[in-house]
Structure formats: structure tokens, C-alpha cells
Ligand binder design. Structure first.
Ligand code: DGL
Length: 272
């Protein structure tokens, strides 16, 4: 009788990083998609927001964050920050010794929506300006359907744990009043901090736009991509194991002050 081939599993953790807490919205999807994996989450909270910084600064910060996770022995890295992806993904892929997966604004599924309305892409100022995102937009069937809006100020509030439904009306109205009454088919949450304020964005959209205003983010797709990459590299965790604890939180900021906000964001309902 021939013995069944022995399958090797890799118990090392996956590293996830963001400028701060935004990547927690990705982590939530990853925990559902990959319940046997361990994760180390690194929030560069001390240096958030990245979105108002120059490309060079973002690249440097992203490299530092990524290297600190690789030094901890992660087997793969997720750039759970659209801004860092736009500024640094090519360099990170070139320099790091582990597979790198990244989030990107989900304009593709949003642009696949039928209809003659616009697609509104909300992100950081940096993402909307950087050439990587602009190139992604130019590959859409009708790039002019997309309205890009950089929304400074939102990340700072989410970083403090502020995610209330009415807490963003001032910023949203300042950034979006120029398209008052527009027909919007889809709204892309092109910053990983924004799924946490989906109720605030939906509320604003229902009062100021027409159209379906369906929300999109890239987190679920990125979690599926991570699963494929782990499998393809033969570095998945043993599916029989449920690691405990599953997530280790690291930050460049004050860990004692920030961990309760991390825990809250990991559990708060996000429904759309
Ligand atoms: N969460 C980030 C993103 O997805 C960056 C936010 C920031 O630091 O400005 O773009």
C-alpha cells in the first residue's frame, strides 16, 4: 500500500500593514477567508496619515514598515493601504524576500455596473494623484465615468476611533458639494480607513446624490488573492489548526493607548 503524500504547512504569520488602522478593514476579511492563518498587524499610527505626504516620504515609511514585519519572520506581506500601494508597491516587490499582496481601489467592479451614472472614487489625496492609480483608471472601459476625490481629514478621525454616521458631514460636504445632485452608480472606498465610515458615506450620498450609490472596496478580493498566493507558494497554514491568538497588534505609536481602538475596529459592524 502506498502512503499518501505528506503535505507540509507553514505556521509562520502573515504580515499586514497600513499607515494606521485602515488595514484593519482588510484584516477582518482576511480572518474570515483564512481562519487558520496567524497575522501580525503593523499600524504606522505615529506617521499617519500617509495621504498628505509626498511620494518619496510614503515610499520610505512603507519600506520601514514592511521591513519591520519581514524582520519578524512573516511569510508573506499585505500592503493594506491604497496610498502605500500607489507609492511603493513596485519597490517593495523588488526588495522584499517574501510574496507581497496589496489592496487597490476597486474601480473595476464599480465600472462594471450597468447604468449611465458616474463612479465616485474616494481616496487620499496622494492616491488620486499618483501615476499608478491614474494608470489603473486609464485601463477602465470609460475612464471619464470616474470622478476622483481626495478626502483629507477622514483618516485622522478614524485614527481616533471616530466613526459615527453623522461625524463626517462637514468633510463630505466640503469635498463633494461640487457634484451635488449627480447620478452616482457606484462609490469606491479607495482608502482602507473608509469602510469604517460606510454608514456616513451612504447617508451623505442618499441626501445629496441620485442613483444607486452602491459601495465598493477591494478588501474581499485582496483576501482571496492572499489565499491564492499562499497556496501557490506552498506556504499556507495547516487548515486543521485554529491559531490562538490569531492576531498580534504592533504599532509605531503608543500601543497601550491605541490597542483599544484596534480591538474596537476589529469588531464594529460594517454592513454594506
Ligand atoms: N488607509 C490608507 C489607504 O488605504 C492610508 C490613509 C492615510 O494614511 O492617509 O490609503
Amino acid at each position: 500500500m502506498t502512503e499518501a503524500p505528506k503535505t507540509e504547512y507553514d505556521p509562520r504569520p502573515v504580515g499586514v500593514f497600513d499607515s494606521g488602522f485602515g488595514g484593519v478593514s482588510f484584516l477582518r476579511n482576511a480572518l474570515v477567508e483564512l481562519p487558520s492563518e496567524r497575522f501580525i498587524y503593523y499600524g504606522d499610527n505615529k506617521n499617519a496619515p500617509y495621504g498628505s505626504r509626498s511620494e518619496e516620504e510614503i515610499l520610505l515609511l512603507a519600506e520601514n514598515a514592511a521591513e519591520s514585519l519581514v524582520d519578524r519572520g512573516v511569510k508573506a506581506l499585505v500592503v493594506a493601504c491604497n496610498t502605500a500601494t500607489s507609492a511603493a508597491i513596485n519597490v517593495l516587490r523588488e526588495r522584499l524576500s517574501v510574496p507581497v499582496v496589496s489592496v487597490e481601489p476597486a474601480i473595476k467592479p464599480a465600472c462594471a455596473m450597468p447604468g449611465d451614472g458616474k463612479v465616485l472614487m474616494l481616496a487620499t489625496l496622494a492616491t488620486t494623484k499618483l501615476s499608478r492609480y491614474r494608470a489603473l483608471q486609464s485601463r477602465m472601459p470609460d475612464p471619464a465615468r470616474i470622478i476622483n476625490v481626495g478626502c483629507p481629514g477622514i483618516v485622522e478621525r478614524v485614527e481616533m476611533g471616530e466613526i459615527g454616521e453623522t461625524a463626517f458631514d462637514d468633510i463630505l460636504s466640503e469635498r463633494l458639494s461640487f457634484i451635488e445632485g449627480a447620478k452616482i452608480d457606484g462609490i469606491v472606498l479607495g482608502c482602507t480607513h473608509f469602510p469604517f465610515i460606510a454608514p456616513a458615506i451612504s447617508r451623505y450620498a442618499s441626501m445629496h446624490f441620485t442613483g444607486e450609490c452602491r459601495l465598493f472596496d477591494g478588501n474581499a478580493g485582496t483576501a482571496r488573492q492572499l489565499k491564492r498566493v499562499l497556496n501557490a507558494n506552498g506556504i499556507s497554514a495547516d487548515p486543521e489548526l485554529a491559531p490562538d491568538p490569531q492576531v498580534l497588534f504592533l504599532t509605531s505609536g503608543d500601543k497601550d493607548a491605541l490597542e483599544p481602538i484596534f480591538e474596537m475596529l476589529l469588531k464594529v459592524p460594517i454592513g454594506y
